[in-house]
Write a protein that binds this ligand. Structure first.
Ligand SMILES: Nc1ncnc2c1ncn2[C@@H]1O[C@H](COP(=O)(O)OP(=O)(O)OP(=O)(O)O)[C@@H](O)[C@H]1O
Ligand SMILES: [Mg+2]
Length: 484
């Protein structure tokens, strides 16, 4: 049921028989779509200015098509996102699913999915109901280093109960950054040798990127490899050892280490409290990640499930949980699955603080935090604000995401208006604002003018979000493509 929107875009596009390859026509290939999800535009691909959602939808449509060959028609999906994705990116991911023609049952955090998969393994594979049945409660660190994003999450698992304690992450750190370091290393040597730079030509650069990614994978298994770089008729083969690779990427690994320490601090725990360390994501194949985690946590990290599949497995389990919750149909899943998933409780937290833009006594624009980071979901909080002028006609409620006290330093996720306020409203009339965050991280806002009892629109107008009409238009475009 899972398809991580955009995630597969980070992998090699299939070198199709009759389609463009990224070597021949790099301008017709889109990569790292997930990094741009939530932005208004991905940029030009094959001459069309694409929305990231639309590209994500094409990937989803391809996944659905492939899966349908094996399991029959698919209408619904659970789509996973990095835990650190904010509301805008979650909404865009959900829209991608809709553009692909899917009924999106839920948006699920990837580390939660991974924890589910590790905890609820099928009876057949481990010969017992669940590895948790013997354990009272465990605190688990999920370290997920993928192609473009990095997440660390602390989860408390007990029998049938999953609670996220804290989340930290980096939406701009992933395997791609390790590749880029090899690209730089090789290109610098090429420049010294041949006095021209392969990064200046798109085709040479794309070929070097591919070779670098392949070399990275080889170095996960072998202590050394060779990378060949060609540009303007000149060629160079550069040997690269794992030690050299680790040296030129050390600071990236250190960044992930800091993030692990930070998440632990936020949860108010020490490494002694952490029972297990789960490795997730293709980049955890790099031996340096496991070594760092062992040294940091004092625990042997667990990669017993295929690190590239574990999120998909968890999403499928979540889909089962959601389906069982939403129907009384006893034939929906087999007895074994119903017993395993029937009474699982999942509790998430919000990855970012949520605030309202307000003015302080000095008339500076501040982020007035309503729901602090790492609050258990679902949650809601309300606060009363006051109009700032006499006879004010409307009030703008601007919702911010972020930890900084200054409004400017936060991400504005959307706004709603209370307009048509009664005439002659005195200055400092009260307006109540209520913010809610659902279990899947999506946000709702209610604003109430306490004098007239008038309620503002509850829909957040997200700056880069798509309207229903735009979703329908993009969906028609995706349906018109020949996806193979
Ligand atoms: N054997 C390997 N050694 C090193 N890196 C690898 C190996 N196999 C895959 N990778 C890297 O893993 C990354 C992809 O991982 P994964 O499939 O978990 O990402 P994703 O879930 O698609 O992306 P994200 O989590 O960032 O959204 C790529 O950068 C790829 O180069
Ligand atoms: Mg991933």
């Amino acid at each position: 049921m899972r398809s991580s929107a955009g995630a597969v875009a980070d992998r090699h596009p299939r070198e199709e028989r009759d389609g463009p390859t990224k070597h021949e026509q790099p301008d017709r290939v889109a990569m790292l779509v997930k990094r741009k999800i939530g932005e208004a535009s991905f940029g030009l691909v094959a001459g069309r200015d694409f929305r990231p959602e639309t590209l994500s939808a094409i990937i989803l449509a391809k996944l659905v098509k492939d899966a349908e060959v094996r399991i029959g028609p698919i209408k619904k999906a659970v789509i996973t996102v990095p835990a650190y994705f904010d509301d805008t990116r979650r909404k865009a991911t959900k829209d991608a699913g809709r553009i692909a023609g899917l009924d999106v049952l839920d948006i699920l955090d990837e580390p939660t999915a991974a924890a589910l998969a590790y905890s609820l393994q099928p009876i057949k594979s481990i010969g017992q109901r669940s590895p948790l049945s013997a354990v009272e409660s465990q605190t688990v660190l999920v370290y997920d280093l993928g192609g473009g994003t990095f997440d660390v999450t602390l989860v408390r698992l007990s029998k049938n109960h999953f609670q996220t304690l804290a989340i930290e992450g980096d939406v701009r750190l992933g395997g791609k950054d390790w590749d880029d370091r090899i690209v730089k290393h090789i290109a610098d040597i090429f420049v010294k040798t041949h006095d021209c730079d392969p990064r200046e030509d798109n085709q040479s650069l794309v070929a070097l990127r591919s070779a670098s990614e392949r070399a990275k994978r080889t170095l996960s298994k072998l202590p050394r490899t060779t990378i060949t770089c060609s540009h303007r008729g000149k060629s160079l083969s550069v040997p690269l050892t794992r030690d050299e690779f680790e040296a030129v990427t050390k600071d990236l690994l250190v960044r992930t280490r800091f993030t692990c320490q930070s998440v632990l601090r936020q949860a108010g725990l020490t490494w002694d409290h952490v029972d297990r360390v789960l490795m997730v994501g293709g980049s955890t194949h790099m031996p340096m990640t496991g070594r760092m985690l062992q040294e940091l946590t004092g625990k042997q990290p667990d990669n017993s499930l295929a690190v590239s599949e574990v999120v998909a497995r968890g999403a499928a389990l979540h889909a089962g949980i959601v389906a069982l919750r939403s129907t009384a149909d006893n034939n929906l899943l087999g007895a074994e699955a119903r017993e395993l998933l029937g009474d699982v409780v999942e509790i998430n937290v919000n990855a970012h603080s949520l605030g309202i833009e307000a003015r302080n006594a000095a008339d500076q624009r501040i982020n007035d935090i309503l729901i602090p980071k790492n609050t258990m979901l679902p949650t809601a909080a309300s606060r009363v604000y006051y109009t700032k002028t006499e006879n004010q006609q409307k009030v703008r409620v601007k919702v911010l995401q972020g930890e900084a006290p200054e409004a400017n330093a936060c991400i504005p996720i959307g706004e709603c208006w209370i307009d048509g306020l009664p005439p002659n409203l005195p200055n400092r009339s009260p307006v109540q604002v209520r913010c809610g965050v659902a279990s899947n991280g999506l946000i709702e806002v209610l604003a109430l003018d306490m004098t007239s009892g008038k309620m503002a629109h509850t829909v957040i107008h997200r700056a880069n979000g798509l309207s229903d009409d735009e979703i329908a238009r993009e969906a028609a475009f995706v349906r018109s493509l020949r996806i193979q």
